[in-house]
Ligand binder design. Structure first.
Ligand code: PLP
Length: 244
């Protein structure tokens, strides 16, 4: 069951890359394992999945700790859900990437905790591209001011952008949002940020991640330039929150 699903998703990723003239090696498949048991993560691991996404800090930390002995650093955990400042501590050295930074206050806390651990934390800035009230993320017009502040923090490395597009039944409806996110991404990457300036920690070559696309719309997202897609239902099946 899971094998068939993952095989199909991989084929769809390759096909979407071909349509867009891209190399499939540019796209990382993140399996979103929120609410799903350890046994299913192990099953996905055996099918070649190495990147897993979790929404909740406690769940990420718990699963990380349960699997670290068996798999070591081979599993890469992604914090994809909203992150509260008081939980940064718990996730900072367990996640390889925090996808959901949307305020300077949160950035400052991550910088502070990363400094304590002597690490540099990779982050993405989350954009609320369709300005949905129910969603986290900054509006596009607030992106550059936030970016300019975040790159002053020595223990943070801004690696790219992330968005959660609206829930739609026709993925084509989200194409404009994915395209917009890619444009913002390119604008930042090619903007002349003074790299030699001593209090700016930004390397455009390491600004290379565009996290967008979920089960319903990842193929369109890849056509529009996604380098990470976050797929939950498509791999693990429907989630049942009541069993939590
Ligand atoms: C749950 C979730 C996903 C995966 O959603 P599916 O539709 O099940 O693929 C992706 N990204 C984020 C931020 C999520 O919370």
């Amino acid at each position: 069951m899971m094998e068939k699903r993952i095989t199909e998703i991989r084929q769809h990723i390759v096909a979407a890359c071909e349509r867009a003239g891209r190399n499939p090696s540019e796209v990382t498949l993140i399996a979103v394992s929120k609410t799903k048991p350890i046994s299913m993560i192990e099953e996905a691991y055996d099918l070649g999945i190495r990147d897993f996404g979790e929404n909740k800090v406690q769940e990420l930390a718990k699963k990380h700790d349960q699997l670290i002995e068996k798999y070591g650093d081979n599993i890469k955990w992604h914090q994809i859900g909203h992150l509260q400042r008081n939980k940064v501590k718990q996730v900072i050295d367990k996640a390889v990437l925090i996808h959901s930074v949307d305020s300077l206050r949160l950035g400052l806390m991550i910088d502070k905790e990363a400094a304590k651990k002597g690490i540099v934390c990779d982050i993405l800035i989350e954009i609320n591209i369709a300005k949905e009230e129910s969603k986290y993320g900054v509006y596009e017009e607030d992106l550059i001011p936030l970016f300019m502040e975040l790159i002053k923090l020595p223990h943070i490395r801004v690696r790219g952008l992330m968005t959660i597009a609206p829930y739609v039944t026709d993925p084509e409806k989200n194409r404009k949002y994915f395209s917009k996110l890619r444009q913002l991404f390119i604008d930042i990457k090619t903007k002349n940020v003074d790299n030699g300036h001593k209090d700016i920690y930004f390397n455009p070559d390491k600004f290379d991640i565009l996290s967008m696309g979920m089960t319903g719309d990842y193929q369109v997202a890849i056509e529009e330039g996604a380098t990470m897609v976050r797929i939950g239902t498509g791999i693990f099946g429907e989630r049942n929150y009541s069993e939590q």
